[in-house]
Write a protein that binds this ligand. Structure first.
Ligand SMILES: NC(=O)c1ccc[n+]([C@@H]2O[C@H](COP(=O)([O-])OP(=O)(O)OC[C@H]3O[C@@H](n4cnc5c(N)ncnc54)[C@H](O)[C@@H]3O)[C@@H](O)[C@H]2O)c1
Ligand SMILES: [Zn+2]
Length: 360
C-alpha cells in the first residue's frame, strides 16, 4: 500500500492506494458516532461485502441507481431525508463508495448536511482516481452538469485496487482518457507508457498501478497549487471543451470517451497555433487500438460549436481552450467563434475523410 498526502491551503488529507487496504478506514470510523455508506446498486452487489468487514455495527447504507441521472436534486433530497430520519448527527462519517457519480453526489450531501459532516472517498472506478481527489463535489441541474456544488475536501481517500477488476472495457477507457490527459499536461513519461498499452486485457498489474499513482500525483499536485481553480487547475480541462460538446451530442459515450476525442482536437489546435508536432498520429493509433469510439461528424460542426459557446470557461464571446505550446506545457488560448468554426470544420473533415471506417 502507498500513502500520499494532499496539502492545500485549507485542508490536508491522506490518499491510501493499493490492494486490500480498506482496514485503514477503522480509525476514522471509530471516531464517528455513526457510519453512513452511500453507494450504487452495481457497486453494492459486486463489492459491498469486502467493505462490510470494516464497518461498525450501527452502519446505515443508502443505495442509489447507477448512472449520471442520480446526480440530481431528487436523489440529493432523498439522501438528506434518509439522514434526517435516521437521526444522523454532525459527528457522523459518510463513506462515498463508488465511481465519480457516487463521489460527487455523496460528497455534496456531506458538504451540506447540517453544514457539513466528515466524508471519505472510496473510489471504485478508474476515472474516480481523478474525481475523488481535489474536493470538488456537485450535482447536476437540468440546464447543465455540475452546476450546483462545493469545494469540500474528504477526510481521506481510500483506493483499493481490487475493485477495478470488475470494470467494463468502457469504464477502463473512460479512466484511461483522464490518465492520458494528465500525461499530456504534466508528465511525458507517463504519457509515453500509456500510449504503449496494447490491449485492455489484464491491465491491472504492478506496472499499471505505478502509472495510476503517477496520474493521481499529477492531479494532486495541481490541486495543491490551485485548490479553488483560480489558475493552473484550469489545465485539467485539457480536452474537455470539445469533449463536453461531443458528450452532449453523443449520449452513448462516457465522459472519458468524449474527453479522448476532445484531446484529439486540442492536439490539432495546438499543432496549428504553435506550429509544433505533438504526434497526433500516434495518439490516434492508440485510440483505435483500444477501440475508443470516434463518432464525430463534419455535419454536426454547428451543433458542436453551439455547445462550446456555452462552456463555463468562456469569457466575452470567445471560446477558451487549454492547449499545449509543447508537451507538458499547457496554456489557455481564446478563439473567436468564427476562427474556431474554421478550424473545427477543417479538423472534422480532415479526420472524418481519413478515418471513414471509424468516424461515422
Ligand atoms: N469531482 C471531480 O473532480 C470530477 C472529476 C471527473 C469526473 N467527475 C464526475 O465523475 C462522474 C463519472 O464517474 P465514473 O465514470 O466513475 O461514473 P459512475 O460513478 O457512474 O460509474 C460508472 C459505472 O461503473 C459502475 N461501477 C462502479 N464501480 C464499479 C466496479 N468496481 N466494477 C464494475 N462496475 C462499477 C457504476 O455502477 C456505473 O454504472 C461524472 O459525473 C463526472 O462529472 C467528477
Ligand atoms: Zn473529465
Amino acid at each position: 500500500m502507498k500513502q500520499l498526502q494532499v496539502k492545500t491551503s485549507s485542508s490536508e488529507y491522506p490518499i491510501y492506494i493499493g490492494e486490500d487496504c480498506l482496514s485503514v478506514l477503522a480509525p476514522f470510523l471509530q471516531q464517528a458516532t455513526q457510519t453512513i455508506v452511500v453507494t450504487d446498486q452495481t457497486v453494492y452487489d459486486l463489492h459491498y461485502q469486502k467493505l462490510s468487514h470494516v464497518l461498525p455495527e450501527n452502519t446505515i447504507t443508502y443505495i442509489i441507481t447507477p448512472g449520471e441521472s442520480s446526480k440530481s436534486f431528487d436523489c440529493y433530497h432523498q439522501i438528506q431525508t434518509f439522514l434526517i430520519e435516521s437521526q444522523v448527527d454532525r459527528q457522523a462519517c459518510l463513506l462515498a463508495f463508488g465511481g465519480g457519480v457516487v463521489g460527487d453526489l455523496a460528497g455534496f450531501v456531506a458538504a451540506t448536511y447540517m453544514r457539513g459532516i466528515d466524508f471519505i472517498q472510496i473510489p471504485t472506478t478508474l476515472l474516480a482516481h481523478d474525481s475523488a481527489i481535489g474536493g470538488k463535489v456537485a450535482i447536476n441541474h437540468e440546464l447543465g452538469k455540475n452546476l450546483i456544488g462545493a469545494f469540500y475536501p474528504p477526510k481521506a481517500v481510500v483506493y483499493d485496487l481490487r475493485f477495478l477488476r470488475t470494470l467494463s472495457e468502457k469504464e477502463w477507457r473512460c479512466g484511461l482518457a483522464e490518465m492520458v490527459k494528465h500525461g499530456f499536461i504534466a508528465n511525458p513519461s507517463l504519457l509515453r507508457q500509456l500510449l504503449q498499452i496494447q490491449s485492455l486485457d489484464a491491465l491491472l498489474d504492478e506496472t499499471f498501478a505505478q502509472l495510476l499513482i503517477q496520474s493521481l500525483m499529477v492531479k494532486m499536485e495541481i490541486v495543491q497549487m490551485d485548490e479553488f481553480e483560480q489558475g493552473c487547475r484550469a489545465y485539467l480541462n485539457f480536452g474537455h471543451t470539445f469533449g463536453h460538446a461531443i458528450e452532449l451530442d453523443e449520449k452513448e459515450l462516457s465522459h472519458g470517451e468524449a474527453v479522448a476525442i476532445g484531446i484529439l482536437f486540442s492536439l490539432y489546435l495546438s499543432e496549428h497555433i504553435f506550429g509544433i508536432d505533438l504526434a497526433i498520429g500516434q495518439y490516434l493509433t492508440y485510440l483505435k487500438r483500444l477501440h475508443f469510439p470516434l463518432p464525430f461528424n463534419v455535419d454536426h460542426a454547428k451543433r458542436y460549436l453551439g455547445y462550446m459557446m456555452h462552456d463555463k470557461k468562456n469569457q466575452r464571446k470567445q471560446v477558451r481552450f487549454v492547449l499545449l505550446n509543447q508537451l507538458a506545457k499547457p496554456e489557455l488560448v481564446s478563439f473567436s467563434i468564427a476562427g474556431l468554426e474554421t478550424l473545427l470544420k477543417q479538423f472534422l473533415s480532415e479526420f472524418t475523410t481519413k478515418e471513414e471506417r471509424v468516424c461515422h
